[in-house]
Design a protein around this ligand. Structure first.
Ligand SMILES: Nc1nc2c(ncn2[C@@H]2O[C@H](COP(=O)(O)OP(=O)(O)OP(=O)(O)O)[C@@H](O)[C@H]2O)c(=O)[nH]1
Ligand SMILES: [Mg+2]
Length: 314
C-alpha cells in the first residue's frame, strides 16, 4: 500500500498508520512528513484545554457534529497525559454516536505519553500535519490543562479555547494556574449548573485587572455541551475570532511564533537523539568518563567532544 497516496486521499487507515509511523520516529514516518509538507497549512487548528472533567471531550464531540452538518471534514486529537483511553467521553460518545464512528469525514486519534513530553508535543504537531494533508478542514486538539506541557500543546494551535465549569472552584484554580493567559476564547461549560454567571463575572474582573487589549477582547461564551447547547455559537465565535485575526495580521503572526517554537524544540530533540545514539557520541560516554577521572581530559573538554561528535554524525 502506498501510505502517502492513502493519506492524501484521506483514507482513515492510511492516516492512522502514518501517525503511528511519525509517532515512532521511523524513517518511513520521516519520509512521509517531508512528502506531505507542501499540503500542510490549510486546516484551522484549534486547541482545547481546561481542568479535568470540565467537558472538553463532550464539547469537542458536539462541535464535531455541528461541523459535520456543514459538510466539513474534521480531525480530533486527544492528548492524554496518562493513558490512551481514559478520557471516557470521547470514546464513549464515539460508540454512542454509532454512525459517526463510520463517518469518513471524522478522524479521531488519541495520543499517549511516550518518552519525554517534548516528544508528545512533537508527535501531536506531526499528527496534526498529517490530518491537515489528509484534507481535514479543522483539527481539534484536546489537552488537560494541568501540566505546563499540555497547556503548551493547546497553545501551539491557531486558536486556543480554555474551558471552565462553574463546579469545584475551576475558575479560581484557572486564574491561579495562569491557564487564562493563553485563552483566545473562554467557554464556561456546564452552564446548567449554578454559578456560571458568577464565574463569568469573576473572569471579567480578573481580565479587567490586567487590562491589556487582548484580554479585554476575549469572548466568554456559555455552553451545555452534553445537550449541544451553545455549541453552534461556539463555532460562530471561533470563526469570528479567526476572521478578525486574519484581518489584522494576528493569525499569521501567531503561526510564525508557533513555528519558531516548534523548530526550536525539534532541533533540541534532534541534537539529543543524535547525541545519545549508540553509534555516535553515546557510545563514547563511558570511555570519556574514565578519561575525566584519570585526568586525561576535563569534564568540559569531554562534553565538548561529545557535542562535536553528535553534530557531525548526521
Ligand atoms: N451538567 C453537565 N455535565 C456535563 C456537561 N458537559 C459535559 N458534562 C459531563 O461532564 C463529565 C466530564 O465530561 P468530559 O467531556 O469527559 O470532560 P473532559 O474535560 O474531557 O474530561 P478529561 O478529559 O477527563 O479531563 C461527563 O460526565 C459529561 O457528561 C454539561 O454541559 N453539563
Ligand atoms: Mg476528555
Amino acid at each position: 500500500v502506498n501510505l502517502l497516496e492513502g493519506v492524501k486521499k484521506g483514507d482513515p487507515l492510511s492516516v492512522s498508520r502514518a501517525i503511528t509511523a511519525a509517532e515512532n520516529g521511523t524513517p518511513e514516518g520521516r519520509t512521509l512528513l517531508d512528502a506531505i509538507a507542501p499540503l500542510v497549512g490549510r486546516a484551522l487548528r484549534v486547541g482545547f484545554t481546561g481542568p479535568p472533567g470540565v467537558g472538553k471531550s463532550t464539547t469537542i464531540d458536539a462541535l464535531v457534529q455541528v461541523i459535520r452538518s456543514k459538510g466539513e471534514r474534521v480531525g480530533v486529537i486527544a492528548v492524554d497525559p496518562t493513558s490512551p483511553f481514559t478520557g471516557g467521553a470521547l470514546l464513549g460518545d464515539r460508540i454512542r454516536m454509532g454512525k459517526s464512528t463510520e463517518d469518513a469525514g471524522v478522524f479521531m486519534r488519541s495520543m499517549a505519553t511516550r518518552g519525554t513530553t517534548g516528544g508528545l508535543s512533537r508527535a501531536t504537531q506531526d499528527a496534526a500535519d498529517l490530518l491537515d494533508a489528509s484534507g481535514a478542514a479543522r483539527i481539534l486538539i484536546e489537552t488537560v490543562g494541568v501540566g505546563q506541557s499540555e497547556v503548551e500543546i493547546a497553545r501551539a494551535a491557531d486558536l486556543t479555547i480554555v474551558i471552565l465549569s462553574p463546579e469545584s472552584g475551576d475558575g479560581i484554580q484557572a486564574m491561579k494556574s495562569g491557564i487564562l493567559e493563553i485563552a483566545d476564547v473562554v467557554l464556561i461549560n456546564k452552564a446548567d449548573r449554578t454559578g456560571a454567571d458568577k464565574l463569568e463575572h469573576d473572569l471579567r474582573g480578573a481580565f479587567d485587572l490586567r487590562p491589556s487589549r487582548r484580554q479585554a477582547d476575549i469572548p466568554i461564551l456559555h455552553s451545555e455541551a452534553f445537550r449541544g447547547k451553545g455549541i453552534p455559537e461556539l463555532l460562530a465565535g471561533v470563526d469570528a475570532a479567526v476572521a478578525a485575526r486574519k484581518e489584522n495580521g494576528e493569525f499569521d503572526r501567531r503561526r510564525r511564533e508557533n513555528m519558531v517554537r516548534r523548530l526550536r524544540s525539534l532541533a533540541e530533540y534532534m541534537i539529543e537523539r543524535d547525541l545519545w545514539a549508540e553509534d555516535g557520541a553515546g557510545g563514547k560516554l563511558v570511555t570519556l568518563a574514565e578519561e575525566v577521572l584519570n585526568h586525561a581530559r576535563t569534564s568540559y573538554q569531554a562534553a565538548e567532544l561529545l557535542v562535536r561528535e553528535a553534530l557531525k554524525t548526521r
